[in-house]
Design a protein around this ligand. Structure first.
Ligand code: GLC
Length: 796
């Protein structure tokens, strides 16, 4: 069953049935102000940091899952009947409603009781305000009297304070109304305000939550809306604040009206300025158009046209969007992670920042620098950190009246006992990728400090060497990299045991670094690390092959994990895919390993992380054995490593398999089976419940997952094969043999490459000829900025 469809021309997903099987999220905002909202306008707004600067409240893990939200109620002033434009919270008959999620905006619409209404939520570029642009049209064929009410619940900035111990929350914030603007003051902070206003002079306002809803009611049936009157006190200190404004309209038959609410960062003065700026409908239309242009520019770095329509939709629009959102806002703002954590996860950010460099080099650059500053000089990354810790002027954190000692800077820098073995390795490849894409070799020379302040600052290049040396040093008794607190798999906690995946990841990082060293003319380093690579590859070859697949590692007692003899956790996805990506063990074993992956881990929805799932607790293996079978790391179809399998199959030249795996995980491919999938079909989810769980096939945790970035990276660079190199562009696809080809437009270092791939012999892989502007070439040269060229790639 389907709930909606993709409107690719508008880059929107149109939800025709808003009672979706789960909340379907969108993200609005592209800079400081961010909204996490679903198809019923439920969700929350924050400024820069979801944990420390929450603007609207969200009741985490509540029933229903999306309360409260940014709501507009309409009321028939002749009958007293009222409804909300976004279906919830009043929940009138669902057939009256639709929603559209676009790129950084959402539109909710309804036609109820002869009144059509639309509410568009978006945050203009360059302004810290969320606009609620509302259009109303009387389609009833008779004159009507209609009231409009806004409602959102304001939050304390600190999510911790907002969710526990209300002693402060209830007494250290207040609100007032004056000149058409509601101002919330967070009295416990310096100069800290939010505003809410509208482009009209209201007939009434309310700033106190319970006076709006009624003490024994909720946003479902607010007393004030039922009565049709807002009678607020001009100022009130303490309690829970809300933003309700009321306007009455008389609408003739066929008449339309348009109005706008504005919720933003700053006090009354800021509110008045914003009100002036966006009172005019043209300004709002232009702001929405500017947002579309912002996304069009990002999309213009790569547009593809392949025989796979779902792939086109996902890569041209939604996967790019999801990957960008992860880089922009990190991982902790969703309906699942409701902002209770903040900052950057080392491994997640390193990977996210590798995947959208073409469309967002500035943000990726900023992230890489933040990560480099959070590298401990021993060569491991701080697993979870706040970039502000390492800025010149640390952002002052909230001073609670409950005495909490101020932490020393050194306390941020955790020891090796909390280090993960993979964290910083990802960064080496992200840095090399950044230089490949931008051509900016000077980045390698940039001098940056380490997290441990006593260590002397060093170049980016030297930071990379420290990371590589850490992995080289931190090996276990077999010579394989130690697992430490965890490797990529948070729940595989091997400590001094060994992780095959990390040794393979080390090989990949080494390979990328060696190419960088060669490009920079550092031949001694290149030779040195080639030797390290050879030695590591040899140990892997001699230690990790189990006969039909690769081991996952060893426990600290030397017991192998992931062998044919194991009853549980026999085959693991991470080590097998990375063994192939790292290379060095020949295609025969690689094919055999990937065949085993398919045999043991294959499902219609993608590949499970391991199988059979663990049922017996084994702390030598880790927390994974305490996760229920089929969920998350214990045998779910964990999305993030699935693209690694597409890369592996592409490297092995099996294009039909790579594409088949792509299709199985592809969210859009499940659009017509959303009763099964449950989650939104426009976003890759963190995982899909595995075979060993009764809810097999249900997708969970949308948007905030590394599978967004990796899906983009793997599909564009390996299946379609369009890859940046230090001194050229490569097009080396691995596609299903039945494809006759595909085309793409890629912008690379300021020039445009119009690529046509032809597959006359119906092969999967192997470039026979490359023509640039009709001339045969060995490789595709870097064109001058502003130039455009035609690239023809003939396979076979
Ligand atoms: C989550 C974490 C990520 C980890 C993965 C597997 O997605 O954010 O860091 O690699 O789970 O455990």
């Amino acid at each position: 069953m389907r709930y909606g469809y993709f409107d690719n021309d508008k880059c929107e997903y149109v939800i025709e049935r808003v009672d979706t099987p789960m909340s379907w999220t969108n993200y609005i905002g592209t800079e400081g102000l961010v909204g996490v909202l679903n198809q019923t306008a439920g969700g929350y707004l924050f400024y820069k940091r979801a944990e420390h600067h929450r603007i609207t409240r969200f009741r985490g893990n509540a029933v229903p899952t999306d309360r409260p939200g940014h709501y507009v109620y309409l009321r028939d002033d002749e009958t007293g009947d009222y409804w909300s434009i976004s279906w919830q919270p009043t929940a009138k008959p669902v057939e009256c409603y639709k929603a559209r999620h676009g790129l950084s905006y959402s539109v909710f619409s309804c036609e109820y009781s002869g009144i059509y209404a639309e509410q568009t939520l978006f945050i203009p570029r360059g302004a810290d305000v969320e606009l609620w642009d509302v259009k109303i049209e009387n389609r009833s064929g008779r004159p009507r009297k209609i009231s409009v009410f806004s409602y959102a619940e304001l939050s304390w900035h600190q999510i911790n304070g907002d969710n526990k111990n209300f002693q402060s929350t209830l007494y250290c914030a207040g609100a007032s109304y004056k000149d058409g603007v509601i101002e919330q003051e967070l009295h416990y902070e310096e100069n800290s305000f939010q505003f809410f206003t509208a482009d009209f002079d209201p007939d009434g306002f309310e700033i106190e939550r319970e006076r709006f809803t009624g003490i024994w009611r909720s946003e479902n049936n607010p007393e004030a809306v039922e009565k049709g009157v807002l009678n607020g006190r001009a100022a009130w200190q303490g309690g829970n604040q809300c933003t309700a404004l009321h306007k009455r309209f008389a609408l003739d038959s066929g008449q339309q009206t348009r109005l706008c609410f504005m919720l933003g960062q700053g006090g009354r003065e800021a509110g008045l300025a914003i009100r002036k700026q966006f009172a005019c409908t043209l300004a709002r239309d232009e702001a929405l158009a500017a947002l579309a242009a912002f996304w069009r520019e990002k999309q213009s770095h790569l547009q593809i046209n392949t025989p796979n329509a779902n792939m086109n939709t996902m890569l041209n629009i939604w996967t790019l969007y999801q990957s960008e959102i992860n880089v922009m806002f990190s991982r902790f703002a969703s309906f699942i992670e409701v902002g209770g954590r903040t900052g950057l996860g080392y491994r997640d950010t390193s990977q996210d920042a590798m995947c959208v460099i073409p469309s967002n080099p500035q943000k990726c650059h900023e992230r890489l620098i933040q990560l480099l500053k959070a590298l401990v000089s021993e060569g491991y990354g701080l697993h979870l950190f706040e970039p502000e810790w390492f800025e010149e002027k640390p952002v002052s954190t909230f001073k609670s009246p409950t005495i909490v000692p101020t932490p020393e800077r050194t306390s941020f820098v955790h020891g090796i006992e909390d280090a993960c073995s993979d964290d910083a390795l990802w960064l080496v490849s992200s840095i090399t990728e950044y230089i490949r894409e931008t051509g900016d070799a000077t980045f390698a020379e940039m001098i940056l400090p380490y997290a441990d302040a006593e260590a002397a600052p060093d170049s980016v290049y030297e930071h990379c060497k420290k990371i590589l040396r850490f992995s080289q040093r931190m090996v276990g008794s077999h010579g394989i990299c130690q697992g430490l607190k965890a490797d990529w798999n948070d729940c595989l906690n091997l400590g001094g045991g060994e992780s095959a995946m990390v040794s393979y990841l080390f090989l990949w990082a080494l390979d990328n670094f060696i190419k960088l060293a060669e490009f920079l003319g550092k031949s001694e380093d290149a030779a040195h690390f080639k030797k390290v690579h050879e030695d590591t590859a040899k140990v892997c070859r001699e230690t990790l092959w189990d006969g039909k697949w690769y081991l996952r590692g060893f426990t600290k007692n030397g017991r192998p994990i992931g062998t044919d003899a194991d009853k549980e956790g026999k085959v693991h996805l991470e080590s097998n895919t990375w063994a192939v990506i790292a290379g060095g063990d020949g295609p025969e074993k690689g094919k055999k390993a990937m065949d085993s992956v398919e045999e043991y881990l294959g499902t219609p929805y993608g590949l499970m992380l391991n199988a059979p799932a663990y049922t017996v607790i084994d702390d030598d293996v880790g927390f994974v054995t305490r996760v229920y079978p089929g969920l998350k790391e214990n045998g779910a179809i964990f999305s993030h490593p699935n693209p690694w399998a597409w890369v592996a199959e592409s490297l092995l030249g099996r294009g039909d398999r790579a594409m088949n795996l792509y299709d199985r995980l592809c969210p859009a491919a499940w659009n017509d089976q959303c009763d099964l999938r449950k989650a939104e079909p426009y976003s890759t989810c963190q995982f899909i419940t595995g075979k060993d769980h009764p809810a097999f096939g249900e997708a969970r945790h949308p948007f905030m997952t590394g599978s967004g970035g990796w899906s983009y990276f793997a599909a564009t660079q390996y299946i379609l094969g369009i890859r940046p190199e230090f001194d050229s562009l490569t097009v080396d696809p691995c596609i299903p043999p039945e494809w006759e080809g595909f085309s793409a437009v890629r912008r690379f270092r300021g020039a445009e490459y119009k690529i046509t791939v032809k597959n006359p012999k119906n092969v999967s892989k192997g470039v026979r000829e490359v023509l640039v502007n009709g001339e045969k070439c060995d490789r595709i040269p870097i064109m001058k900025v502003g130039e455009s060229c035609n690239v023809e790639v003939i396979l076979g």
